[in-house]
Design a protein around this ligand. Sequence first.
Ligand code: NAP
Ligand code: MG
Length: 515
Amino acid sequence: MLAPFVNETYNDFSIEANRKGMLAAIAAVEGRFGTHYPLLVGGREIRTDKEIASLNPSDPSQVVGYVSSATPEIADQAVRAAHEAFPAWSRWEPEARARILLRAAAIMRRRRFELNAVEVLEAGKPWLEADGDVAEAIDFCEFYAREAIRYGGAQPTTLMPGEEDNAYYIPCGVTVVIPPWNFPLAIACGMTTAALVAGNTVVLKPASPTPVIAWYLVDVLREAGLPEGVLQYVPGSGGAMGDTLVAHPLTRIIAFTGSMAVGIHINELAAKVQPGQIWLKRVVAEMGGKDAVVVCDDADVEDAAKGIVSAAFGYQGQKCSACSRLIVMDAVYDDLVARVVEGTKKLTVGPAKDVANAMGPVITESAMKSILAYMEIGKAEGTLLHGGGRAAEPGYFLQPTIFGDIPAGARIEQEEIFGPVLSVTKVASFDEALKVANGTIYGLTGALYSRSRERLERARREFHVGNLYLNRKCTGAMVGAHPFGGFNMSGTDSKAGGRDYLALFLQGKSVAERL
Ligand code: NAP
Ligand code: MG
């Protein structure tokens, strides 16, 4: 018997014991810098000559760990190993598989500061962001464990006279899990545990900037009792071995979260039936966003400004849900923008391990260069109101940057930048605001600040995003409360942390027996 799902609480780092716990964990993880991590295939740890050096983006001279790097041959072995492990794992009772997730959640709770610290040092997450990511990973385990039990029993059917009619959900097969680096534990954990608890076996290919925290996930699941062979861990360059995993004839499902370009590529490649393949592959793709916050002339402007600063610059703007477009009605434009700039000026940028810093580095040198290039584009497209360049070195530190007077349709208003860059567009009416908000190829998150019941109701119907927030910021989705995933080029309309999600990893079987 399980208690109903509740979200994990966050740590309060103004409490000295928590602060001390985190500092000790950071020191411990720093003490493990330079460790070499193996791959895991069929329960065997494999070491390769070629390794990925995972750098600390706050100080890239520090190597968080060296991780073995899978070749296409090893990727092929990993899919085969997962295929071999599938029959036995698929016959485990859903309750037994769920128990492994519940235990994994308990282990992550016990190792919370340690996992937080790895994220701070490998992904450049400020403490609170790291803590939130680990909490979400725990939530996914708790939530999907309960969902597996719900989907595991016989489902309601209409009974035909003279028959016993049942409908069941059964697992599908080998699931290739390809997460991004930006929620390097939560998203990797969510996609992996959903696939596993549904009875599938998994090949996990972590994002190249964050393979070490993914190894900790593997370690937690092994400690929780996951049988060897059920989960393979194969870091490696997506460009070099990703196609082998996706195109493999034994791959049944691909669960991907990342950029639109890679998502489109995976979807196309997965659609091609390969020699020996006896099913159509399923692709669950959660992709990019260009998320807008709309502020009306009747909004609580101070409250909106607070939410915008947090949604635009939390984790350096590197969230798919981040506010990258601010759309403001002209009557409150000057007032709101002044408050947003004021709030942004207070954000300190520096090493993520220092709790005093509101913002850490961006993830890699190439990300930094791409964001800096967008800052230059912004200078040509509008008025620079704050920031506009590097904040410090040698880490990949960027200033939180705001551009005003950006016309709808400008590049920095249309293209996902994935960094601390906010474009502000002035509109004359609520109609125009909705039109601009809906005017990109994406549809992930969005927010509206207004006191008008009529406008709030219109936004419910007409603001076309998978996650809409009214009078609150557009980041910070909670498992269970805000099933997460977007429309259009933001993905395949799946909803992580929602009641439909596990069905994406299951297939229905109807059994009718004549009595
Ligand atoms: P990315 O560059 O698309 O990479 C995502 C994953 O795909 C990585 O593991 C990457 O491996 C892998 N990959 C690259 N090429 C591949 C290929 N040919 N075949 C198979 N896998 C391949 O995205 P990212 O920079 O890690 O993450 C940022 C993006 O994720 C943003 O666009 C953001 O909006 C999106 N995101 C969306 C959501 C959502 O829920 N909708 C949530 C979080 C993030 P390598 O690292 O080795 O290249
Ligand atoms: Mg790194």
